[in-house]
Design a protein. Structure first.
Lengths: 599, 193
């Protein structure tokens, strides 16, 4: 590698870019594929970083920092922008003092998401410029450009990345650290920052003028670039799709748009006129295509290029030239390998119980969404962060009398704080009897164990105040709050039964730490093991679906030969390396066939 | 393959594929190549089928390997080798850990682990080098070094001197794990002869 370069992911590069650009305040909520930006940025000196309880709060913190003159960054995954949309649309009117950049990390193909919305539409709808890099090196460079544009045009600016930029590693040149030219302090500019109607109408006009100027800048900017080549076919593309075009059609002419909103109309017209056939290559929605067609320019786009899922070089090539594919082998038929809760995961104890209680389980977003999968199959709806609680309430109201013991909602600690607590307030205020189960595993687990307002630590791992979830639930008016150890499966069942039978709101807090937390990994490894002579093959432990427990079927006659009852079909075995010492299986075994290592 | 290549790492979430692909990437970079690597984070890491895609050459554009274009498949689990056959071409090289990790349907007795799962490669003119990386890691004294054993086995098929890889391990692995990882690398390389 050359000097002054680093091997970095897009997210690491954006964090370095934020540091080099003089960002001093950054706030975000964890969400794949955006999480590592804030994690990395928190390690740089001189940058204040925080995990906000949700994306709306995160963006509002960044807006406040910008009003005070600081360069501020808010990071979130694509669906996080839905949560932050309220401040977004009005921050576009107020504009900024210090540069303000909103990082949206979209997830085409839904590797770790519940939808694949295309957030370029937010740039259009909110009238906010958007830059879109193609690789980690550009991600860092474009972040710097975004801050300069933000201050020049007095507007928030979007930086949009996708999974294949966030989690792609490449060579990234390092740069000099710069400072914002704007002084930090209080400056009262009420006509600008107070959006009551009379002021907002004036700012509305300013927004139009700013977007017109931004489009002019886009005509000349070096991030919108024509790469001249064979004129028979020209491609307009942006983001990671550019890389697929370069590889599939290295000879073709390309207009690479580093800014996907607003569009440089004259540049696009010039390029369109210079090629015989114009093809727009973009992932997800026909965003560029729609706006280019609205200019009266004829082009091909989604007639050829899929509008769902990720693209890659092969898809781009064969979409344009269907005859170009080579020999491809077919995969043999194999058992699927879906993700699974970890061995020792506290969620398993709850979902094992729920799977046997004939309930409608209104679920939420987190590792526990895996409770949907067999053998537990104990989740019946999942929509978005926080939705578990109001959906259960809405169902209860629709069904009316007798619904109280048929519906439960399940939510994680971080998701409850994100937007579940408002749903609980509604449940109490408007009085439905559904039971809420809060899975308190002391961390935001799905995205990689980030701290949150219930975990007692801040983003850097330093001590912070910790919300007492039971006290919070009581304070909003829940009279019945239970706390259970989910690893004791039968005891947990008793508590759940009692809570669900109540004809008024109740909360059950499942308390056991995530096994992936560093302090859990440091613990002396003790595992459970199977006393195979006692195993009767009842499969009680197998039905937990724990990755540490597996079933060995007997061949014909094997049971008797090994001294088991003739009808026994097999035995279970615990893999002691995989076991994480939770004891759920032992709490279910009625035949003393499972014992803890130390005992 | 020499001046450019595509390496696909596959396995089960939690096996340490990211670190293995990282050591390989740093080794190729140290040998003067450009490279890009694509990883999957988030939900799939919870025990699901996972991949890391590493491409190297004079200049790499796309971070993704096209189906039919992977030159080497480094599979950390047998079934996860066969699953990615569509990424390979005639003449590809498979380096596979013969460890079996049972997916939920097999572990709960609903399905069985496929037999002779590696035969599928021979049928397509794909060379297979199989190593028992778990056993080697145990012998080295640390079961968590399965991933570095695999890098050792893979290194035999890379256009670089193994000393480059050991230097990367020396500089990138924390000191208390360094010695055992160097041993794991050497044992993996030896086993793939």
């Amino acid at each position: 590698m050359k000097e002054n370069t680093l091997w970095m992911s897009g997210n690491e590069a954006i964090a370095l870019g934020a540091f080099e650009t003089g960002v001093t305040v950054a706030s975000g909520y964890p969400g794949t594929p955006s999480t590592e930006i804030m994690e990395n940025l928190s390690r740089y000196e001189g940058v204040y970083t925080e995990w906000a309880p949700n994306e709306k709060v995160g963006l509002e913190v960044a807006i406040g920092a910008s009003y005070a003159g600081a360069r501020a960054l808010a990071t979130m995954k694509h669906v996080g922008v839905n949560v932050a949309a309220d401040p977004l649309f009005t921050a576009a009117y107020t504009g900024v003092r210090g540069g303000l950049v909103i990082l949206t990390a979209d997830d085409p193909e839904m590797h770790s998401s519940q939808n694949e919305q295309d957030n370029r539409n937010y740039a259009f709808a909110a009238k906010v410029p958007m830059l879109e890099p193609s690789d980690p090196a550009e991600a860092k460079e474009f972040l710097k450009t975004a801050f300069e544009l933000s201050e020049e045009l007095d507007t928030p600016v979007f930086l949009r990345i996708t999974t294949r930029i966030a989690h792609v590693k490449g060579i990234v040149p390092t740069g000099e650290k710069t400072e914002s030219p704007i002084a930090v302090g209080i400056e009262k500019v009420p006509g600008k920052f107070v959006m009551l109607p009379a002021n907002a109408r004036k700012r509305r006009a300013a927004v139009e003028e700013r977007m017109r100027r931004c489009a002019e800048i886009a005509e000349e900017a070096d991030y919108n670039v024509i790469e001249e080549g064979d004129r028979k076919r020209g491609f307009i593309t942006s983001g990671v799709s550019y890389l697929y075009v370069k590889e599939a059609f290295p000879e073709a002419s390309v207009l690479k748009l580093g800014m996907c909103w607003p569009l440089p109309e004259q540049l696009i017209r010039r390029f369109a006129a210079s090629v015989d056939e114009l093809i727009i290559v973009e992932e997800l929605d026909p965003f560029l295509e729609t706006h280019i067609k609205a200019m009266g320019i004829s082009c091909l786009g989604k007639e050829l290029i899929p509008g769902q899922g990720e693209l890659n070089t092969a898809i781009v090539r064969t979409s344009v030239e269907p005859e170009s594919g080579g020999e491809l082998f077919e995969a043999p038929e194999l058992p699927m390998r879906p993700p699974n809760m970890c061995a020792g995961c506290p969620h398993r104890g709850i979902f094992f119980n729920l799977s046997r209680m004939k309930l409608f389980v209104s679920g939420d977003i987190g590792c526990y969404t895996l409770g949907f999968l067999p053998p537990l199959s104990a989740m019946d709806s999942t929509v978005c962060m926080g939705a578990a609680v109001p959906i259960a309430h809405g169902m209860a109201k629709a069904i009316g009398e007798g619904a109280h013991d048929k519906i439960v909602s399940v939510i994680g600690d971080s998701t409850f704080i994100h937007s579940g607590v408002t749903g609980l307030i509604n449940t109490v205020y408007n009085n439905s009897a559904s039971t809420l189960i809060i899975l308190d595993n002391r961390t935001t687990a799905m995205t990689g164990q980030q701290h949150n307002p219930t975990s007692g630590s801040d983003i850097r791992g330093e001590a912070a105040s910790s919300i007492d979830l039971a006290a919070l639930c009581r304070s909003v008016g829940v009279r019945h709050v239970y706390e259970v150890d989910p690893h004791d499966v039968p005891k947990t069942r008793e508590v759940l039964k009692e809570a669900i039978a109540l004809k008024e709101p109740s909360v059950v807090i499942s308390q056991a730490p995530c096994v992936l937390l560093p302090e859990m990994k440091m613990k002396k490894p003790v595992s459970y093991f199977t006393n195979q002579e006692n195993c009767v093959g009842c499969m009680s432990c197998i039905r937990l679906g724990c990755p540490a427990i597996s079933w060995t079927p007997f061949a014909e006659g094997e049971a008797e030969k090994r001294g088991y009852k003739k009808k026994q079909k097999g035995i279970s075995k615990i893999d002691e390396i995989v076991c994480n010492d939770c004891g759920q299986c032992a709490s279910l075994c009625k035949f003393h066939a499972i014992t803890r290592g130390e005992e | 393959m020499d001046r450019q290549g595509n390496i696909l790492f596959t396995g089960v979430g939690g096996q340490g594929i990211l670190l293995a692909s990282e050591i390989t990437a740093y080794s190729l970079l140290a040998a003067g190549f450009d490279a890009k690597k694509s990883e999957v984070h988030g939900m799939a890491q919870r025990g699901g089928s996972v991949t890391a895609q590493l491409r190297y050459g004079q200049r790499v554009y796309s971070p993704l390997i096209e189906p039919g274009k992977a030159d080497i498949l480094a599979a950390f689990e047998m079934m996860e080798a066969a699953r990615y056959l569509p990424y390979l071409h005639r003449g590809s090289q498979v380096v596979v850990n013969t460890q079996k990790i049972l997916p939920p349907s097999v572990a709960t007795g609903k399905a069985s682990y496929p037999e002779k799962v590696l035969d599928v490669f021979k049928e397509h003119d794909i060379a297979v080098t199989a190593v028992d990386a778990l056993d080697i890691a145990r012998q080295v004294g640390e079961v968590k070094t399965v991933n570095v054993v695999m890098v050792g086995a893979l290194s035999r098929f890379l256009p670089i001197d193994p000393a480059v890889c050991t230097e990367v391990i020396e500089t990138r692995v924390p000191e208390r794990f360094r010695q055992v990882n160097l041993q794991a690398f050497a044992a993996g390389r030896e086993a793939s002869k």
